[in-house]
Design a protein around this ligand. Sequence first.
Ligand code: NI
Length: 164
Amino acid sequence: MRYNIITYGNDILRKVSIDVDKSIDVKKLSDDMFETMYDANGVGLAAPQIGKNIRMFVADLSHWHNDYGIKKLVAINPLLTFIENDEIIIEEEGCLSIPNLSAEVPRKKHVTIKYYDLEWNLHEEKFEDMAARVIQHETDHLYGKMYIDYIERNKDIEQYLRHT
Ligand code: NI
């Protein structure tokens, strides 16, 4: 089932999400989230973007020909840790909840993510560069943060956001 993607201005995107519990059919939900994400040509989608304030996101990391062995990542109750004084990388970023806008966003080069998979097995994995960027972007959604919080917002952007 494909969901409608919630767009900027909706309060749901600014709420702090709560942990996913085992009463939730995470398999069905992740299938639906991938379907919604691919349909919108996205590479990542967090649960708040489909109106659910729960700590879960999906991402397709195959895009970057990485060696992680993970192509389609489903991260349940993710927690991130970072290297102290890590390198900051600036790259273009967009969000399915803010259509037709992108901006250069500073992100840490490396990230370690602890998360549960669909079988509720706990994983801890390290990622870097674009994969690390996607993971930081999607996890931010679970804290009510969006990439535009990190950029200098000029008049054009302000006006665009007001009309989204
Ligand atoms: Ni986003």
